[in-house]
Design a protein around this ligand. Structure first.
Ligand code: FNR
Length: 364
């Protein structure tokens, strides 16, 4: 049985494609417009090489790290992705259990297809809650309150989706809006949209519920209604990273939404050093997008990331083999990171340095 298990993320992707209806696979896998950014997120990792150091005793590798004071066995955490029931009927509950089994953090999406309460009670884990700002602030405030009272440890405000990116596969497939189970205040709208004709219903739902007027003032507002730490997800420039620090957030997540929003935004790994430099160590910088290998994680750490988030790989695992698949994907990435660290002569995350990578800009 073990022999037939996929041995890497790409094999899980192939299984996911076989397992899912085309509409669902395309929704998970796709990106915006020409999908340049989607491809580049992955391709840019391929242009960074590793500079291993040898003759270092690597019989013990310690991948542990901490984020906002929480200890984790490795710097790999689960990115917020919507509608896990499209991948597996158990949805986010299965993903949460997989993350908990790996003692890692799961960021639960605003667009979760399981109720927040159900996910919170399904297992013991450190969870962050991801928020999109709704046009109706009372709906956002109610979600924040629920997340707080259910023991979520931080809020992740996604800021790169004031409007929905144009995902052509979803438009072609007439992608149906997954049920927005946590948005009681908007349920009647959900019904109207489900019965609407044509186009991507997801796009229509987003247009009605998300707030394109989202601005730095709303970060202030969010701070005023919660005592939880806030991370901003979707920052990709030094300018905005500096503003985020000024706004008093607890962390910056460098992300281009997995290439699903603005096409021709740079690969996240290409923007990492700029953003890390801008925050000057004042808050942790996380990065996501295109991570498919443990060596990718090592590259991100070397360029200054405190931790990384993985989106699609976990969904591939979930689609292919449910909770066990999602768990296996996280475990595989952890094992790959451990191996890459050993082969680079890094015994701990702290020992991974800029000198372990060679980028195009280094001119070597
Ligand atoms: C996402 N992403 C996302 N981000 C977010 O803040 N809230 C969300 O609800 C979602 N939903 C979502 C659905 C699907 C199917 C995907 C693939 C992505 C973006 C996600 O958090 C993350 O930024 C990317 O997935 C990272 O890129 P990789 O790891 O998928 O390459």
């Amino acid at each position: 049985m073990e022999d037939s298990l996929p041995v890497n993320v790409r094999e899980y992707q192939k299984l996911a494609k076989k397992a899912l209806p085309k509409m669902h696979y395309d929704y998970i896998n796709g990106g915006a417009d020409d999908e340049y950014t989607l491809r580049e997120n992955i391709a840019a990792y391929g242009r960074i090489l590793l500079r291993p150091r040898v003759l270092i005793d690597v019989s013990k590798i310690d991948m542990s790290t901490s984020l906002l004071g929480y200890n984790m066995p490795s710097p790999i955490i689960v990115a917020p992705t919507g509608a896990h029931k499209l991948a597996n009927p158990e949805g986010e509950v299965a993903t949460a259990r997989a993350a908990a089994a790996c003692n890692t953090i799961m960021v639960l999406s605003f667009s979760s297809s399981c109720r927040i309460e159900e996910v919170a009670s399904s297992c013991d884990a450190i969870r962050f809650y991801q928020l999109y700002m709704c046009k109706r602030r009372d709906v956002s405030a109610a979600l924040v309150q629920r997340a707080e009272s259910l023991g979520f440890k931080a809020l992740v405000l996604t800021v790169d989706r004031p409007v929905l990116g144009r995902r052509e596969a979803d438009i072609r497939n007439k992608m149906i809006s997954p049920r927005f189970v946590n948005l009681e205040g908007l349920m009647s709208l959900d019904k109207d949209i489900d019965s609407a004709e044509g186009g991507s219903k997801l796009e229509r739902f987003s247009r009605e519920t998300l707030d394109p007027s989202l601005s730095w003032k709303d970060v202030e507002w969010l701070k005023s209604i919660t005592s939880l730490p806030i991370l901003l997800k979707g920052i990709i420039t030094a300018e905005d990273a500096r503003k985020a620090v000024e706004a008093g957030v607890s962390g910056v997540i460098l992300s281009n939404h997995g290439g699903r929003q603005l096409d021709y935004a740079p690969a996240t790994i290409s923007a990492l050093e700029e953003v890390v430099k801008a925050v000057e160590g004042s808050v942790p910088v996380l990065v996501d997008g295109g991570i498919r290998r443990g060596t990718d994680v090592l590259k991100a750490l070397a360029l200054g990331a405190k931790a990384v988030m993985v989106g699609r790989p976990v969904l591939y695992g979930l689609a292919a083999r449910g909770e066990a698949g999602a768990r296996h994907v996280i475990e595989m990435l952890n094992k790959e990171l451990e191996l890459a660290m050993a082969l680079c002569g890094c015994r701990s995350v702290a020992e991974v340095t800029r000198a372990h990578v060679q980028t195009e800009g280094d001119g070597i």
